[in-house]
Design a protein around this ligand. Structure first.
Ligand SMILES: [Zn+2]
Length: 352
């Protein structure tokens, strides 16, 4: 294993950021190359914990000659976000300077343009340098995993339709309860990787990418950071890598996984008015159309002060917000359903 650091100059005098990168050299040139990062949203730590244990497992595999394909791991992909403590709270999701989501605005390039990402990198701000380094590393691999988590949530993933159903092995290995099939239209990290592959050379657009995978994994909620959970997830990810021939291991059969829903079938439940949120149902529960999901106390003490929020159709509650105060139209839940939602949505990953 080789550990190196990418040094990113800050945008003000006297500041620089260090990004540790772990690399394992594979013994089989034909084995897939893998890139895994966690905590691009710096306050999402389940993936960092997972990668700590995965790296331990990979070091052991290396000592036994079991690393077949090259593996690059960045356990904490966003030192800039991790430093943004604001009014006592870590603001790891948006760059405070530009209000840009750290998981948006990745350059959408063709794979052939990869060298341009880090050419004359001094022209770019620290956050853009960070994004360019991360994307450049990812584009040197065939398997790319970006580890995130939700606010409160089940184990699930956003998978571009291009990689489905081939990626069902990852869903099974990580014991996912839901998979959201996305249509790859934003500038999120996983979509920028897939974009580069689809447009391998300029003017081309591939609709199938066998043997490749770029995915956003949502490792439950922000507070789901526990030793046993992280170890189990690391074992799951190792099993996925073994199944793809990246590491050597006995192949155990993978278990079945949960619900698969295209993004059009995700009902985003919103607060009709501002108020205190009283949830009646939790993540992981199946609900029927018309069932009570939450009460919003919009005008406390008034006879008509409480509003009911009900399920628009049958489905599985995949995520829920952790705050108990809602602004008008704030998201409360995501429910994976059998039928398309009647609400309109923007293309691309919902909010990874
Ligand atoms: Zn995230």
């Amino acid at each position: 294993m080789d550990i190196s650091e990418i040094i990113i100059a800050g945008d003000t005098p006297g500041v620089e950021w260090r990004l540790p990168v772990f690399r394992f050299k594979g013994t089989k040139p034909e084995a897939p190359r893998t890139y895994i990062q966690a905590a691009l949203h710096a306050n999402e730590l389940p993936g960092t914990a997972l990668l700590h244990f995965l790296l331990e497992r990979l070091r052991q595999a290396e000592s036994e000659g079991g690393i077949l394909g090259d593996i690059t791991v960045v356990p904490q992909a966003n030192p800039i976000g991790a430093a943004q403590l604001h009014f006592g709270e870590l603001q790891g999701r948006f760059d405070l300077g530009t209000r840009t989501n750290f998981n948006r605005d990745f350059p959408l390039i063709a794979l052939g343009e990869r060298p341009s990402l880090v050419e004359n990198i001094d022209r770019h701000s620290a956050v853009d340098r960070l994004k360019r380094h991360l994307l450049s590393m990812a584009l040197g691999a065939e398997l790319v995993l970006d580890l995130h988590c939700d606010d409160e949530g089940l184990q699930y993933a956003y998978v571009d339709e291009t990689f489905w159903p081939e990626a069902s092995d990852l869903a099974a290995a990580l014991d996912m309860q839901a998979v959201f099939l996305s249509d790859g239209e934003s500038s999120a990290f996983e979509e920028a990787v897939a974009h580069a592959w689809k447009h391998e050379s300029a003017g081309e657009r591939r609709t199938s990418l066998p043997g490749r995978l770029s995915v956003t994994v949502e490792l439950r909620g922000t507070r789901d950071v526990y030793p046993e959970m992280a170890r189990k997830d690391a074992e799951g990810l190792y099993r996925f890598l073994a199944g793809r021939g990246v590491v050597a291991a006995e192949n155990h059969p993978l278990p079945a996984f949960g619900v698969v829903a295209p993004l059009n079938n995700i009902e985003i439940i919103r607060a009709p008015e501002a108020g205190a949120i009283l949830f009646h149902r939790d993540v992981g529960e199946s609900v029927k159309a018309g069932e009570l999901l939450a009460t919003i106390i919009a005008r406390p003490g008034m006879a008509d002060g409480a509003l009911e929020v009900r399920a628009p159709q049958d489905g599985l509650i995949v995520t829920r917000v952790s705050t108990r105060f809602a602004r008008r139209r704030a998201d409360l839940m995501k429910i994976a359903c059998g039928e398309p939602s009647r609400a309109v949505r923007k293309p691309g990953t919902l909010e990874a």
